[in-house]
Design a protein around this ligand. Structure first.
Ligand SMILES: [Zn+2]
Length: 303
């Protein structure tokens, strides 16, 4: 008899991401004899991992009554599974909304309204085509190196793997003081990761308080993150730099080292400290340095 491991099911969005050997072995508790109908090769193809082996391979500890060499097959579904919960970390962009003091608010209007479109289509058929006039720095946005450096990578130059599916860590800023220094990051495993800095400044979003006295990273912190080879830095504040420092050292250091920046994030309180992925993908616009993103996190949850 072959025992079928009733293995872990993964949400489609993270099927391969979550299919670690750890989940595979520890994430399932069910075993039973294989119904013939389940030996579907198409299902097995979705597993990059080993799909057959012995009880020794699949069980820790080995169930009583099975020999170590008892043949085991693994199927890609189960009642015990891992899913990705998606957490929105973006502000909503609305007509007339000010993101940054001195920059104009977006103008959002109809290019073609539902009503006006009716004459173009069959009865009962209508469409909306919107029009938006805005500066790049609107809402929750991502800075590419071109924002700071004329010869730096623009939005279209950014590789997807610098913007999506990034292993990420959340770092909480100290409650007191505005300057977030390197000590806040020292000792954390940030190499190759997106580092999201939670200041809770987003509580002031769309109020006058948002524009004055915001938390920011120090030049020294930027130097540390750059040397630690982080992939991206995000913050839920008005500016990652101290706006009183016209050198903008944090932008200069991070973007100078091809580390994109996401500013004006929100909702970071919902995140765990680590074990999540971060996404912030702008459109692929040539000769553009900054653009709004729908920033979000995918948090793995075991059920
Ligand atoms: Zn910026």
């Amino acid at each position: 008899m072959v025992t079928v491991v009733h293995a872990t099911t993964f949400a489609p969005a993270c099927q391969n991401k979550c299919a670690s050997a750890e989940n595979f072995v520890y994430g399932n508790e069910h075993q039973f004899s294989a119904p013939a109908a389940w030996s579907a090769p198409a299902l097995w193809r979705s597993w990059p991992q080993k799909i057959s082996g012995s009880a020794e391979d699949w069980y820790t500890p080995k169930p009583a009554g099975l020999s170590a060499q008892h043949p085991v097959l693994a199927l890609g579904f189960s009642f015990s599974h891992t899913v990705c919960m998606l957490i929105d970390l973006s502000h909503t962009i609305e007509h007339g909304m000010i993101t940054y003091k001195g920059l104009p608010a977006p103008l959002i209007c109809d290019f073609l309204s539902h009503e006006a479109s009716r004459k173009l289509y069959a009865p009962g058929t209508e469409f909306h085509i919107g029009r938006i006039d805005m500066v790049a720095n609107t809402g929750t946005y991502l800075d590419s190196p071109f924002h700071r450096f004329a010869t730096g990578k623009d939005l279209a130059d950014l590789p997807l793997d610098s913007l999506a599916g990034l292993d990420a860590v959340l770092v909480k800023a100290p409650v007191s003081g505005r300057a977030i220094s390197r000590e806040v990051f020292t000792g954390l495993d940030v190499a190759g990761k997106a580092v999201l800095v939670q200041t809770n400044w987003d509580r002031h979003w769309r109020t006058d308080a948002y524009f004055e006295g915001h938390p920011f990273l120090t030049e020294d912190a930027a130097q540390f993150l750059s040397e630690a080879r982080v992939k991206l830095v995000g913050i839920d504040s008005y500016n990652i730099d101290d706006t009183a420092d016209l050198r903008r050292p944090v932008h200069t250091i991070l973007l100078g080292n091809n580390i994109p920046i996401v500013e004006h994030m929100t909702g970071l309180t919902q995140l765990p400290p680590d074990r999540f992925e971060f996404f912030a993908v702008p459109p692929k616009v040539r000769s553009f340095g900054t653009f709004p993103v729908r920033a979000f996190a995918a948090v793995k949850q075991h059920r």
